[in-house]
Write a protein that binds this ligand. Structure first.
Ligand code: ADP
Length: 480
């Protein structure tokens, strides 16, 4: 596949502009290791232009657009994306590596997310507060202003839209910085937003490196709110970079999520959900089930069935639509291989995979990998690997399962498989995480809030909570 036709330009104030220094970097197809496109390497100067454009639009044209008109524009954006579903999915597959089927699902999710926020745009109401006859007290929900959106590479368009759509619905203007590994769909989003009539400056996209463009963006004094999804390490840097200016933050920082299976569970359902939860998006999902906690009585059977299914998964370039594409980059592949080595050194038993597939000499592919006899304190059981690598651990009692599930730094999601409603609800209460799923995985949709506790971050995205990230309450009191 040769290079794609892409403007080597940033999208600022409704126009395509080169970076001030005219420097670029290359986006690589992880299935072939070939260059897909060159995109600008923005620096602080470019970021400043984008933020100024967003600020001008916020106080200017965008402030004249009524909430219902904002909703209509978002609906039009959703429709335009829907009508270009295949094209966008293919772009995402080329840039990120995921199977086309998954990329199509992502685009469908993007459409739903934008539609949800479109519908909410004119329903963001304040309260009236009863203070007696002498005072009238009410609240307005005001947009924050210019918001920065720093997104990762695992769902380039999905995670961008997850925060950009509610910010726009709330009346903010936006500067979006996609990840350096997968910048292309964000640029395409900008051009579609322009086509459907978003005013200039409302949605700006700057491509560039995290430490350079990303840091400049979150630090910019005119940026009034920051939403970040990525690693905990970078999340901590973002907190530090925004501490001086005390900016509101939404941080979603990964997980080490436990899928817990009891003896009374529907094993067939648990195994097939686990396959999707572990290997979907090649394991590069914050809410992947990266730990399987299995009741000792069914551990053997579960692992047997799981490995049988996993070994039949097809690893292939995303355009061939197998089950697992490549990892996003050479660095991520090496990182996963380091973890596999560490697991073996610490004495875990490798049940499946662990290698690059022999039939794919190019591209950042890795076999579905399953470790058994894992001790909860091993690195592979504690740290986020972000690859198709899962660890299986036995437990004997409910208390032990809860303890193992909670004894990690992260707290994003957890799942429990059991027919016992009392046990399920006890786990829902005791698991330290933002979402608990019972007898299913990846439950909830664009309407349900999602986010983490502990090192998984804070703030909630999706649902109405996701829109309130971009609104601040102003209380107005009138003495009669
Ligand atoms: P990973 O380590 O998995 O590549 P990161 O969390 O570093 O993921 O990256 C997620 C996003 O954060 C990317 O868009 C990246 O460019 C950006 N980023 C990285 N470092 C910083 C930083 N210091 N300030 C702002 N954004 C950053």
């Amino acid at each position: 596949m040769s290079k794609l036709e892409f403007p080597n330009a940033l999208f600022i104030d409704g126009k395509w502009v080169p970076s001030a220094r005219r420097e670029s970097f290359e986006s690589v197809n992880p299935a072939t290791e070939e260059v897909l496109a060159s995109v600008p390497r923005a620096d602080a100067h470019d970021v400043d232009l984008a933020v100024r454009a967003a600020k001008k639009a916020f106080y200017g044209e965008w402030s004249e657009v009524t909430p219902s008109e904002r909703g209509r524009l978002l609906y039009q954006l959703a429709q335009a994306i829907q009508s270009r579903r295949e094209e966008l999915a293919e772009l995402e597959t080329l840039d990120n590596g995921k199977p086309l089927r998954e990329a199509l699902g992502d685009v469908d999710g993007v459409v739903q997310t934008i539609q949800y926020n479109a519908g909410a745009a004119d329903k963001l109401q304040g309260d009236t507060i009863p203070l007696g006859k002498e005072v009238v007290d009410f609240t307005w929900l005001e947009p924050l202003g210019v918001t920065a959106h720093i997104v990762p590479w695992n769902f380039p368009l999905g995670i961008a839209v997850r925060s950009v759509a509610p910010a726009l619905a709330a009346g903010c203007t936006v500067v979006l910085k996609p990840a350096e590994e997968s910048p292309l769909s964000a640029l395409r989003l900008a051009s579609i937003a322009k086509e459907v009539g978003f005013p200039d400056g409302v949605l700006n996209v700057v491509t560039g490196f995290g430490e350079e463009a990303g840091a400049a963006l979150v630090r910019h004094p005119q940026v009034r709110g920051v939403t970040f999804t990525g690693s905990a390490e970078t999340g901590r840097k973002i907190v530090a970079q925004t501490a001086e200016a005390l900016k509101p933050l939404v941080l979603e920082l990964g997980g080490k999520n436990a899928l817990i299976v009891f003896a009374d569970a529907d094993l067939e359902r648990a195994v097939s959900d686990a396959i999707e939860a572990v290997f979907g998006n090649c394991g590069q999902v914050c809410s992947a089930a990266s730990r399987l906690l299995l009741h000792r009585s069914i551990q053997g059977e579960f692992v047997e069935r799981f490995c049988e299914r996993a070994s039949s998964l097809k690893v292939a370039p995303g355009l061939e639509n197998g089950d697992l594409g490549p990892l996003i980059s050479k660095e991520q592949l090496q990182r996963a291989q380091d973890y596999i080595r560490s697991g073996l050194q610490e004495g875990a038993e490798l049940r499946l995979g662990g290698k690059r597939p022999a039939h794919l000499p190019r591209g950042y592919f890795l076999e579905p990998t399953v470790f058994e006899a894992v001790n909860p304190q091993m690195r592979i059981a504690q740290e986020e690997i972000f690859a198709p690598v899962v660890v299986a651990m036995p437990f004997d009692t409910d208390e032990e399962a809860i303890r193992i599930a909670n004894e990690v730094d992260y707290g994003l999601v957890a799942g429990v498989y059991t027919q016992d409603i009392r046990r399920a609800m006890t786990f829902a209460q005791k698991l330290e995480c933002g979402s608990v799923w019972i007898n299913g995985w990846y439950l909830g949709g664009v309407q349900a809030p999602t986010g983490g506790v502990k090192a998984s971050g804070f703030g909630r995205e999706r649902g109405l909570a996701g829109i309130h990230n971009y609104l601040q309450i102003k209380n107005v009191a009138i003495k009669l």
